[in-house]
Design a protein around this ligand. Structure first.
Ligand code: ATP
Ligand code: MG
Length: 467
């Protein structure tokens, strides 16, 4: 397929290419990208800026994805106009960001992000009192507003495949970092010295994994080598940014593959410490639960169904609950408060790492609470649960637990039947529940073949097997 994309582009470089200051220029007949594939609004922005005398290109993911015949998520523009100059050109533009200032031009629901060319940072004393640039002791860039030339801009981008500039007016692609070569060879390669580039911004490690999964590319070996060692640097990243990155990692339709790569590169533990510990304690059950949750998420995304981060976080944190509740019980707390407290503490701890907004933490708790309530079906309880707006998520979560091997004595099937049943069938189903079933619901949670308990119920001995 790629052969076709780069019909007359012949430069099969074998060795790791060095960035260059003059770009490889690919004319319209040398690549497969067509102007009509670019968002109309992005073309409007580029042409308006060019008319005003600025340089402007579409850049990044949109060029990369179109060359790979994928549909871009969004269209980014790079220009030598400052954010304020961009704002002056468009009535529908505003300047956003502090760490990385840029202009957003709004067209109905589409936002075109316009970034001013950036240069690498001045190192050492020079930057001390600079308002535009700052780094911490480990080299992490805290503010990135040093403007530069197009050449500078290409060098400070993360990966070679993200440093391709397309000018819709001339239909030419400018390639400063051998990005086309790496697209052909399906390689994720950092521009510059990998270790330094990860130190500047550790989130690039997550981006490497995300693009590898999304595009089904390899991470080039020099770019892969430092990741495991530098993975702990993710702990320094502001928790709100990490939450955003996690959504991109897991809601892009390739969550399962992304998860495997996060594990391979030791990037999962710094994002989800308690979940990683649970995975180590019981890789089989926890691994099954995580992978099933992520596979379900991918399937829903491919079917165009909505997915909620709450469900995903509920699943990723669930196996960490029992051990936490057990600790509290050992300290004398009764089972139900211990469960509640464990849930509260676990979410709080996770939020310090990845700031999960309240609109998601509340439904996480509701999904978990629902697991306590689903076994209790007597009298009017089943019907009341069915009316609960969180029923569907709670029921799906129950099925997920079952698919990971938690024994619930057919509770999932029961609820599946109950939803389809007529009124009179429902009455019969409730009558058939013996009070023994009701009391014994907690004891049904053993895993098949194993005596060990998995469900973090309050009447359970959570995590007792591995603590
Ligand atoms: P997608 O939008 O599909 O997630 P993308 O490559 O467009 O992928 P964005 O996050 O939209 O990713 O960023 C746009 C471009 O900005 C990237 O292609 C890259 O050139 C540059 N970029 C983004 N984040 C970084 C970073 N942390 N370090 C260096 N360059 C970056
Ligand atoms: Mg993008």
């Amino acid at each position: 397929m790629l052969k076709k994309l780069f019909q007359s582009f012949r430069s099969p470089l074998r060795r790791a290419p060095h960035p260059r200051s003059t770009p490889e220029v690919l004319g319209s007949h040398q690549h497969s990208l067509r102007r009509a594939e670019i968002s109309r609004n992005a073309v409007i922005v580029v042409e308006r800026l060019q008319k005003a005398g600025y340089q402007a290109y579409t850049v990044g993911g949109c060029v990369r994805d179109l060359l790979l015949n994928l549909r871009p998520k969004d269209f980014d523009v790079a220009t030598n106009a400052t954010p304020e100059q961009v704002r002056a050109e468009f009535r529908n533009a505003r300047v956003i960001g502090r760490r990385f200032k840029l202009a957003h031009v709004q067209f109905g629901r589409e936002i075109i992000e316009v970034a001013t060319f950036r240069a690498h940072h001045p190192q050492g004393e020079e930057e001390e009192d600079s308002n535009q640039a700052s780094r911490n002791e480990s080299g992490r860039i805290l503010r990135d507003n040093v403007y530069g030339t197009l050449e500078d801009d290409a060098q400070r981008r993360d990966f070679t495949i993200n440093a391709l500039y397309y000018d819709p007016s001339s239909e030419r692609i400018l390639d400063y970092a051998h990005g086309v070569h790496d697209i052909r060879n399906r390689l994720i390669r950092l521009i510059g010295t990998p270790e330094q580039r990860y130190q500047e911004d550790p989130v690039r490690m997550l981006r490497a994994v995300r693009f590898a999964a999304k595009l089904d590319f390899e991470i080039e070996k020099h770019s892969a080598a430092p990741i495991r060692r530098l993975a702990p640097m993710l702990r320094e990243i502001p928790s709100a940014r990490l939450f955003d990155e996690i959504l991109k990692l897991f809601l892009g339709g390739k969550a399962e593959q992304t998860f495997e790569l996060l594990l391979e590169y030791d990037l999962f533990a710094p994002l989800f410490p308690a979940s990683a510990a649970a995975l180590e304690r019981d890789p089989e059950y926890t691994g099954r639960l995580f992978r099933q949750a992520l596979a379900n998420t991918d399937a829903r995304i491919h079917q165009g169904k909505p997915v909620t981060p709450a469900f995903l976080f509920a699943a990723l944190l669930w196996p960490a609950l029992p051990a936490r509740a057990a600790l509290l019980q050992e300290r004398g707390m009764p089972p139900i408060p211990a469960m509640q407290e464990a849930a509260h503490g676990l979410i709080l701890e996770q939020c310090q790492r990845t700031a999960v907004p309240k609109r998601f933490t509340i439904p996480i708790r509701e999904i978990w609470d629902m697991q306590e309530r689903l076994p209790r079906r007597h009298g009017k309880r089943a019907d009341l649960l069915l009316e609960n707006p969180r029923f569907r998520a709670g029921y799906d979560f129950l099925l997920l637990r079952e698919s990971a091997g938690e024994q619930t004595d057919g509770l999932g099937d029961w609820w599946t039947d109950y939803q389809d049943a007529s009124d009179s069938q429902r009455r019969t189903m409730i009558r058939e529940l013996s009070s023994k079933d009701e009391q014994g619901s907690g004891q049904r949670r053993r895993r098949g073949g194993s005596r060990r308990r998995r469900g973090p119920r309050s009447d359970n001995t959570p995590g007792s097997t591995n603590e």
